[in-house]
Ligand binder design. Sequence first.
Ligand code: 6PG
Ligand code: NI
Length: 231
Amino acid sequence: MRSTPFTFDISLPGGVPTVYDGTDVLIRIVRPLSAMGGQYADQEAYEALLAQGDTILYEVYEMRRPQVADGYIEVADEYIEVADEYIEVTDEYIEVADEHVGLGELLHGTSIVHPGKVGDEYFMTKGHFHSVLDTAEVYYVLQGRGMMVMETPEEEWAVEELRPGRVLYVPPRWAHRSVNTGQEDLVTLFVYPGHAGHDYGTIETRGFRKLVVERDGQPTVVDNPRWRSQE
Ligand code: 6PG
Ligand code: NI
């Protein structure tokens, strides 16, 4: 892994960083339809599409930087559980973490959501809270059309439109899911703290409050009939 300054280019259209060469410089994550069980409102349409093949919904290319495994940090070969008040821990602790874990690292890369629908619901990412809830994320839209669906544990929600040139700031505590409402790939550049981690389980269990579906040819935000409140 590089610890000196580096550059890379993002080829457009497409969104694949040009540095990608299959080595450990960059990680490629591929999410097929089968990874989205229970996420789409129309289960029948989901099963029918899956029967035709396990199509790839989206891909993520991420530069390999030091990070923290979900809920744990590695300090001198030992795993220490990260409490909710992680960022309020003592200066000494942060120093240790910084040195060994790269607390100041920024994970970054591109997310490429392909166009398509399951029933009338657009292809989308799984979506997640960050495990360290108090971590934010910045997205810059490079290509395509879409929506970012967001919500907090306090059950606030927001949906923002994504289009080329637009920057979206996802504040700490907000779960986020990108939805491709267009005809081409939705390509975004993302940047977030290296120790953030991913909590996918909460969304897998509860779903998001809002769905983005096609109504009369237009992307429309509707209530998720299967959404479950925390209570
Ligand atoms: C992150 C970012 C982003 C995200 C992708 C895929 O925190 O890693 O939000 O890179 O991972 O858009 O979405 P899922 O992680 O929800 O599958
Ligand atoms: Ni994120």
